[in-house]
Design a protein around this ligand. Structure first.
Ligand SMILES: Nc1nc2c(ncn2[C@@H]2O[C@H](COP(=O)(O)OP(=O)(O)OP(=O)(O)O)[C@@H](O)[C@H]2O)c(=O)[nH]1
Ligand SMILES: [Mg+2]
Length: 188
């Protein structure tokens, strides 16, 4: 539960962050909502703004003509001004990301430390991936987890802890429960 009298702004980083934002807005929490992901999310509720973010990297084509994208994790993260500017107002920010892909992991690392250093009013919710997922971001995820696990305004939700209960159910049910739990961390 968040205690603040500032206006709430929920910002989802990456695909999982966007999914959480969309689900929580449906649950009726009054707030400003933004998701930062690509491809752009369409048909969003009017309360939600989508900003597209392209990680550094390159597009490749498979032999069968399918396009795919390889992020370059060594390249410096470049944050467009439209994203930086989101954090200018005097709001309480709730940043939500699934760690493991590029966007969620790298934006959480960047803004987690920036908001903390600038003493911004914020809550960070990091969703840790299943251990069976292939994780190029493993070292960075551990860094984020170690650095902030004791911080009062950081919450870590580990998908592995849901596995036993939801192991034989569709993964959408597991994610619905995760969204409920994220909502419980936020609701005023
Ligand atoms: N709670 C929740 N977690 C998810 C969902 N989809 C994926 N995840 C988890 O979040 C991690 C990150 O996935 P994404 O959010 O799709 O990755 P991304 O940040 O968009 O990364 P790029 O597309 O590589 O830039 C995954 O490895 C899963 O562990 C979802 O709908 N809900
Ligand atoms: Mg994505």
């Amino acid at each position: 539960m968040i205690h603040t009298n500032k206006p709430l702004h929920l910002i989802g980083f990456g695909g999982a962050g966007a999914n959480s934002i969309i689900a929580i807005q449906k649950m009726g929490l009054p707030a400003k909502y933004t998701c930062i992901t690509q491809p752009e999310r369409k048909d969003l509720a009017p309360e939600i703004t989508c900003i597209t973010f392209m990680p550094p990297g390159e597009r490749r084509i498979t032999k069968t003509g399918k396009e795919f994208f390889i992020p370059n994790r060594q390249a410096p993260l470049e944050v467009p001004k439209t994203i930086d500017d989101l954090f200018e107002p005097n709001a309480h920010y709730v940043i939500i990301a699934g760690l493991g892909g590029y966007t969620g992991t790298y934006l959480m690392k960047h803004f987690g430390s920036r908001l903390q250093d600038n003493q911004k009013s914020f809550t960070a919710i990091c969703i840790l991936p299943f251990s069976f997922e292939r994780r190029a971001s493993k070292a960075i995820i551990n860094q984020i987890h170690q650095k902030y696990k004791a911080a009062e305004n950081f919450h870590f939700i580990d998908l592995n802890t849901y596995q036993e209960k939801f192991g034989d159910k569709p993964i959408t049910e597991l994610f619905d429960q995760v969204n409920q739990d994220v909502y419980s961390l936020i609701k005023l």
